[in-house]
Write a protein that binds this ligand. Structure first.
Ligand code: FAD
Length: 377
């Protein structure tokens, strides 16, 4: 099988690059092994500021609604965080004084939404916060097992039963000017969020839960759908197992499911993620990139890998594959001229140019896609 570009990894970086190339009429395949960081997404695209209009437009065409407003996000653990581009699910507050009185609503038996932490933060700010629970008969089957009472299972139910929850909240509401709810609504369709906002008698804000992230999963599904609608080939649940590299050029790759069938392309993008997605691997003695054995930018002194102060920034977060100015990774000291490394496989090695986190994923995806569109091999 032949493509213009094969992308290895279908997380935020791979999908953004894939959509950008498909929009330009290129023939692209994405091979994606499994879960990615979007499944744990807070809703905040950190460090995406410099490209926020461009990415907001790409997302909008995919049906992913964003909020490009500078302000504060109330996080799952009750802390505030500065944001400049979020999913539309996130309410962005101008300052910490988010309300006079808050009603925080949770589901009985749901432990992945930390209402008490959030209430404590708010009380410390002089904002009164009343916590109340909704108990739907339809959720009894989930409540029998704590492992079933997870955000995505609740969200699947809420696609059907959100109106019942709204009815219960209307009964619980007194004089609060803000209602806080867990982000377990609108898994299939974010329009449900608007309907809930309209149906309740006060402002509504949705606050993150423990993973999996409902807004993150919805975003991943919409981006994948957009890529496929544009004509892209998405090989879900498959894994690239080898790459044919000769004199600085990759000609083809193999995957676990396609067995002997090779995928040929003019360009390759490696977007296999960081340690979390096994795009990078560490053993007690080394840190390496497992697919091609790309050259790494990291300290060989193991004592320099981590900071014993657990909550301090950790040096291993800076480790990633080594790239040249155009994001070509190196193998044995030589750049691979038709491959681009993007997203968290870079660690923080290109922080100065492309930022970190989701911003790094998006900005390097655009850079690689632009280079391929411009013919810069
Ligand atoms: C748990 C977690 C939560 C995060 N939350 C946020 C957040 O809220 N906001 C933010 O700004 N940043 C966040 N980040 C930073 C995050 O890294 C970026 O936001 C971004 O989503 C990373 O995207 P990526 O595409 O580079 O990698 P990933 O999302 O990790 O995707 C890599 C994909 O490649 C696949 N893969 C790996 N090897 C192969 C192979 N051989 N063949 C085929 N596929 C392969 C993996 O299965 C995975 O699907 C978070 C990171 C983590 C780990």
């Amino acid at each position: 099988m032949r493509f213009d570009t094969v992308i290895i990894g279908g997380g935020l970086a791979g999908l953004t690059a894939g959509i950008s190339l498909q929009e330009a009429g290129r023939k692209v395949a994405i091979v994606s092994a499994g879960q990615n960081a979007m499944h744990f997404f807070s809703g905040n695209f950190e460090d995406a500021g410099p490209v926020r209009d461009r990415v907001a437009a790409l997302f909008a065409a995919a049906g992913v609604r964003t909020n490009a407003t500078d302000g504060l996000q109330l996080m799952a653990m009750g802390k505030f965080k500065n944001v400049s581009l979020t999913l539309e699910d996130v309410t962005v507050f101008p300052d910490e004084h988010i309300a006079e009185k808050v009603l925080l609503v949770n589901f009985a038996g749901y432990h992945d939404f930390f209402g008490t932490f959030i209430a404590e933060t708010l009380e410390n700010l002089g904002i009164s916060c009343r916590i109340r629970f909704v108990r739907l008969a339809e959720m009894e089957s989930l409540r029998t097992s704590p492992s079933e009472m997870r955000s995505v299972n609740i969200a699947r139910m809420m696609d059907e039963y959100w109106e019942k929850v709204v009815t219960d909240i209307r009964v619980l509401h007194k004089d609060e000017d803000l209602i806080l709810l867990p982000q377990v609504f609108g898994l299939k369709d974010a329009a449900v969020l608007d309907k809930i906002r309209k149906a309740l008698p006060a402002r509504v804000a949705f606050v993150g839960t423990m993973p999996p992230s409902v807004p993150g999963i919805r975003t991943q599904m919409l981006l994948k759908h957009r890529f496929e609608v544009l004509g892209g080939t998405f090989l879900m649940g498959d894994e690239v197992t080898s790459a044919a590299l000769h004199e600085g050029i990759i000609s083809s790759i193999t995957t676990r499911n396609l067995d002997t069938v090779r995928l040929f392309a003019d360009h390759f993008i490696i977007a296999t993620g960081g340690f979390f997605s096994k795009g990078l691997v560490s053993t007690p003695t080394q840190v390496y990139e497992p697919l091609i054995g790309l050259d790494m930018d990291y300290s060989e002194d193991r004592n320099a890998w981590y900071n014993e102060e657990f909550f301090e920034s950790q040096p291993y977060m800076n480790f990633g594959v080594k790239t040249d100015a155009e994001l070509h990774p190196f193998k044995d000291g030589e750049p691979i001229r038709n491959m681009y490394a993007i997203g968290s496989i870079l660690g923080n090695t290109r922080k100065e140019d492309f930022g970190t986190a989701a911003g790094l994923a998006i900005r390097t995806a655009f850079a690689a896609a632009d280079a391929i569109k411009g013919g810069n091999v």
